[in-house]
Design a protein around this ligand. Structure first.
Ligand code: PBG
Length: 325
């Protein structure tokens, strides 16, 4: 490959050639749309830091789910914002909790759309942590049963897949066991296996009202400086029975997605989190970036790194873009 015999520009000279040699493609099949459920009727509260996203009551969620399906998006992931919080996050696993009600209604009204649920306690606990708290410490083993109960209640409500995002050790095994015992051996677990303690979750915590009331999540979410640990976390979750391994956030962790792709032979999901979305939106609003182009470039980069699917707040926009392309 020496100039002038080899000229890389030969394969870039027009759109047709570029299309032929393109290595990575975005498809609507890759997309998972996150949505936020609240109780009430006709509620559609804008999330100010995430333009185009809302806390929605079930009636609106059904419409959004329908639109997502019509655009060809295969799956949504539901986050709940409960009416009341308590130390044990009981609304996370209540039969009539917000996620359980939302899932039930969406499944009743919209067919052929996969409904995934986020399994965590932080939106439901008054201290805002993802696990049980005693004397300001987050207790791992005591939390596992609550997470498994939450996953089971989601499955009973009709969820097609559960996605634990709490980062307690051993929760995938506990959830798998509970689901299997209760007759839900067909429900896959998408594990937030490699979830960093990231400041890019800021807008989400506003949207879901889930910021920790004391301390931070450093004792359970991963240190952004670590990569080998990501392989250990993912390997552990594979052994515990995870079906899909997630890396989160995405853009600042492309090296991790790539490493996990090399090490793990399960499907890999990447979460382009709220802060990644909000940064692009804010810069676009100021006229500093071209929103559509940056959105596509960021998602292509995540796929190129090795992700098979992407949870993204851009899912609807990308689906529309791909539809008219
Ligand atoms: C719940 C959870 C969080 C996100 C997904 N599930 C917040 C957190 O861990 O603090 C973040 C999603 C986003 O920022 O878009 N544990």
């Amino acid at each position: 490959m020496v100039f002038p015999e080899y000229r890389p520009r030969r394969l870039r000279q027009n759109a047709q050639i570029r299309r032929m040699v393109r290595e990575t493609h975005l498809s609507v099949d890759d997309l998972i749309l996150p949505v936020f459920a609240v109780s009430g009727k006709k509620v559609k509260n804008p999330i100010l830091s995430m333009p185009g996203h809302y806390q929605m009551s079930v009636d609106h969620l059904i419409k959004t789910a329908e639109t997502a399906k019509e655009l060809g998006i295969p799956a949504i992931i539901v986050f709940g914002i409960p009416d009341k919080k308590d130390p044990l996050g009981t609304q996370a696993y209540a039969k009539d909790g917000i996620v359980q009600r939302a899932v039930q209604s969406i499944k009743n009204h919209v067919s052929d759309l996969l409904v995934i649920t986020d399994v965590c306690l932080c939106q439901y606990t008054d201290h805002g942590h993802c696990g049980m708290v005693d004397k300001k410490e987050i207790h791992n083993d005591a939390t596992l049963e609550l997470l498994a109960k939450t996953a089971l209640s989601h499955a009973k409500a009709g969820a097609d897949m559960v996605a634990p995002s709490d980062m307690m050790d051993g929760r995938v095994a506990e959830i798998r066991e509970m689901l299997d015992e209760e007759g839900f051996s067909n429900i896959p677990i998408m594990s937030y296996a490699v979830k960093y303690c990231s400041s890019f979750y800021g807008p989400f915590r506003q949207a879901a009202d889930s910021a920790p009331q004391f301390g931070d999540r450093r004792t359970y979410q991963m240190d952004p400086a670590n990569a080998l640990e990501a392989i250990r976390e993912a390997t552990m979750d594979v052994e515990e029975g995870a079906d899909i391994i997630m890396v989160k956030p995405a853009m600042a962790y492309l090296d991790i997605i790539s490493k996990i792709r090399d090490e793990i032979d399960l499907p890999i999901a990447a979460y382009q989190v709220s802060g990644e979305f909000s940064m692009i939106k804010a810069a676009a609003e100021k006229g500093w970036l071209n929103e559509e182009q940056v959105m596509i470039e960021s998602l292509i980069a995540i796929k190129r790194a090795g992700a098979d699917m992407i949870l993204t707040y851009f899912a609807m926009d990308i689906a529309k873009y791909l539809g008219k392309k």
